[in-house]
Design a protein around this ligand. Sequence first.
Ligand code: SF4
Length: 132
Amino acid sequence: MKSIYDKTVDVLMFREGSDEDSNSTTPIITTGSIVWGVLLRATIVLIAFFFVMDSIRGNDYWWVSLFFIWAFVAFPAYRQYEKYAKRIENFVEETLCGSCIHFNKGAQSCNIYDEHVSKDYIPCEGESWEPR
Ligand code: SF4
């Protein structure tokens, strides 16, 4: 079980989903964690940029913040989303839950049991499975 500190660092660093994540009963990377990471990083970048611009007394270079947002927020989030989408695609192909109508791709969970599913954990053990 990860601490809140570790979870926050995962989100902040956009840690890529590892094999360990693929087999974990609680996925680390979800659409929610990516959105949360974007908000957290964008806030930090904008606050840091505000202080830097304030210290050099120049608002003429505000557009430089767009570069930092691209480099530290948008691009890492895009890469993380690509990785997440690929993992979900594999998960859908390889697992029983992936082919079930009750599977929630965004949260990697079951809508009926309200639990995360994994390659090794099927909450209903196949009894509630229905085709898409
Ligand atoms: S109903 Fe069963 S097979 Fe379908 S997503 Fe939920 S746990 Fe998986």
